[in-house]
Design a protein around this ligand. Sequence first.
Ligand code: NAP
Length: 456
Amino acid sequence: MSRLGTPDNPLYVAVVGSGPSGFYAVDALIKAGVEFRVNMFERLPVPYGLVRSGVAPDHPKLKQAIKVYARLAEAEQFNYIGNVTVGADISVDELRATHHAVILTCGAETDRRLGIPGEDLPGSYTATEFVGWYNGHPDYRDREFDLSHETAVIIGQGNVAADVSRILAKTVDELKHTDIAGHALDVLAESKIRNIYVIGRRGPAQAKFTSKELKEFGVLADCDPVIDADELALNPASEAELENTGNKKIYDLFCGLAGQEPAGRRRCIFTFLKSPREIIGEGRVERLLIEKNTLSGEPFRQSARGSGETFTLDTGIVFRSIGYHGIPMSGVPFDESRGVFSNEQGRVIQDGAVEHGLYTAGWIKRGPTGIIGTNKADSVETVRLLMEDLDSLDTGENRNGVAGCYEILDRRNIRHINFADWKKIDAAEINRGEPAGKPREKYTYVNEMLALLDRA
Ligand code: NAP
């Protein structure tokens, strides 16, 4: 038998998830120079994961990555199997039986919890829900956000919190030529929100925004950033942190924004050293109980401690934006505390032993950190290990890749779509967006997407 990865004995790989890390894994496989076939599985009919449904609609440049992925999808080794949920429609074990290797790149699909009373009151939402809703993700299409109160609160000071607050802060004119979902734009157009609090549990030196994202708050059409200059005072450990990190840029931006006189209809108030202790209301969110914090610990290891001093803030809507968390998948060892598949550099492990032929990359491998490009090196590392394992992946058993998967899916009457189908949806979305001067108007229900394909 020829060596695995040669024309007579191609390597069959299943990639689960069609976001950046999935496509970067395909890219790395192409560059590895072996003969291979890849089946990429996606739960939705539409590909690209968080680039389609996470990246903010007013950040079109970040979505340019899609062009790279679309080019990779043209490779002859590539096959897209959309509308199929691995773990439900087909199991990981079935993928392992039909492929030499499986790379799990399904991202971090849920949110961390605050663990405070009132967290689930109506009016308290995760950032994921809101982001998915304004980006037209079918899972969140029918969520309702009541924007009739004057004050919204966002918990957390990372880039997702920046996205959520910026979308709340922008005018319809600032959003209407983006690919924001039409249903969301209609609701945002009626928004009564004037005060947007963005609350950090630690100080301005520890905020996790990147400077580009923070700068955007200085140029909004009808919203001004508000920062109390007194809140920018630093303890010695934070001063030491700023001497040694790029966060100095963020801190300087805060200083530049502080003390400005707000003139617009809306205000985005960045406030620090505060933690929510309870979300309060009769049947829905009415106010937030907040405790002031102090910082303690060595530079770069400072944590927030409650000071005992509390106050309440009236608000009608709270968004928890405190980071994502992966969810388990049947048949794959999961590290619950980190919210990732148990792995060593991308090789999935169970009780310290390598799970033969099972790999992972992206947020579900390392946790929800980094920008889109960070996933490239991550997927490269995983595929490098897969290549090191190549000889051991060839057990001599017949792997029938795509034919094997289709046989299983068809037997179960699972409708699966290919990349040509996606391209039809893509073209129809672009067409729908044209009259309103939008890059696209997304289909937001799976049955709409499938009905479109039936008509085509
Ligand atoms: P993140 O950057 O990890 O920020 C999470 C925020 O939540 C931090 O301020 C964190 O504070 C706070 N937090 C965590 N637990 C908390 C708690 N129990 N109570 C109060 N606050 C709490 O996460 P993210 O904003 O979800 O972003 C995820 C990744 O996606 C990041 O790498 C981000 O840069 C990236 N992203 C990039 C873009 C972009 O490039 N434009 C856009 C969106 C997302 P502590 O620091 O104290 O933990």
